[in-house]
Write a protein that binds this ligand. Sequence first.
Ligand SMILES: [Zn+2]
Length: 429
Amino acid sequence: MRYEYLHPTEELALTMHRIYQYKMTTTSGGNLSIIDENRDIWITPAGVDKGTLTGKDIVCVKSDGTVIGLHRPSSEFPFHKAIYDVRPDIKAIVHAHPMALVAFSIAHKVPDTKLFPQAWWSSGRVGFAPYGVPGSEDLGRKIAYEFTAGYDSVILQNHGVCCGGDNLQEAFQRFETLELCCKTLIKAHLIGAPKYLTEQQLQLHSKSDVKLDGFDYNPSMMTIREKEMRAQLCQFIQRGCRQRLFTGSTGSFSARIDQDKFLITPHPLDRYSVLPEEIVMIRKGKAEYGKNASRATLAHKAVYDTHPDIQAIANANPVNCLAFSVCQKTIDTYTIPESYVFVRDVSLLPFEVSFNDFDRLAQVLTSKSPAAVLCNNGVMMVGKSVLAVYDQLEVLDCSAEAVLDSQSIGGHMPMSREIIEELSRAFNL
Ligand SMILES: [Zn+2]
């Protein structure tokens, strides 16, 4: 979906709904705004339940100070205005108190976002503003000072975070990715020392845009199988965003149509609201003319070309898997029968492999070894259907979470080799 076509009232209400759904704000906390070309500021209201907010509740504060709307503007309006006054390039602001960011805010720390590529590219420069009384002009000055210094996201001491962007979706993606980065760091420390991407690795990722030749796509030739796959991919990507397996700006999902064709998510487009017509068809190595395919297209193509039985593939960044990914450790699936039966042994692959060694990827990922942890780049999963891949991803992240959770109660005891062999016989693995 193209958010730029929405009126600010609808875009603000939709985005607040998403933040609340993700448990990234409470009923009372958090506020969002958009400034338009007349310098009028559209902002979420004070004292309205964030869980039921609609477009009608959004308030407009005109550039002359007149307030239009059913409610008072958010009590944090002064700092929104202070940021817009010093940074004309910022057109939208997201502020809230999600737990992982609050953890950094109360520990007076700024996360190192070179943890995984999207955290680095999406979060922008991250600053830290000293404490100020909520709603005060003083807090506005302190936050605006950090934005003047060129920061795009600012952690507020003993309060929360404030992210700016060219538009509301960019500000939201900064906020979502920065929170994922903080959550990952907190969890990673349970199992080791997180590793960070080098300048060379970040460059490798930044040059990974896929430039495929185009072919003229004719929608009237669409088969039922293709329509089903387009719909399924959209359903599972959206569900994956709600379940936090994907974020708006991270993750790829593809599905095979036949020997020569597969469908894959576009880049860059918000995964949460992707539509069937925005999914990209790849046919004999060429992409639908006029669309940008996911950066993972060539990696997915290599797997499809090597394994005719693989029907779907995903790259994902669920937080528990990410904790292992940034510590460059594999995920133990000898935890409970479900984990081993669905995911088997999980491979561990270097960061560079998903950018320049597709042959190795295709050798490692098979229907009998469907999962790999990619160092500092999440996980990759292959399977027999879109549903199977989605299910395996959920199982893998649950296994990762259980191992992480067991750390505070003495660590986990893996199932023995004998149990694994017995499971393999019982389930014909
Ligand atoms: Zn606040």
